[in-house]
Design a protein around this ligand. Structure first.
Ligand code: SF4
Length: 42
């Protein structure tokens, strides 16, 4: 969440973080910082 430049694009869901595609700028900053490589851009 701290790496994301888009306001409120990433929220903490019940089971995992969730990305709102409508707010995401597709910058890739979160994917670059994810240690589990769990974020994949499509
Ligand atoms: S790619 Fe990730 S860091 Fe960039 S705007 Fe979208 S959710 Fe935020």
């Amino acid at each position: 969440m701290s790496a994301c430049p888009a306001a409120e694009a990433i929220d903490m869901g019940e089971l995992h973080y969730e990305i709102d595609a409508g707010k995401c700028l597709e910058c890739g900053a979160c994917a670059a910082q994810c240690p589990a490589e769990a974020i994949v851009q499509e």
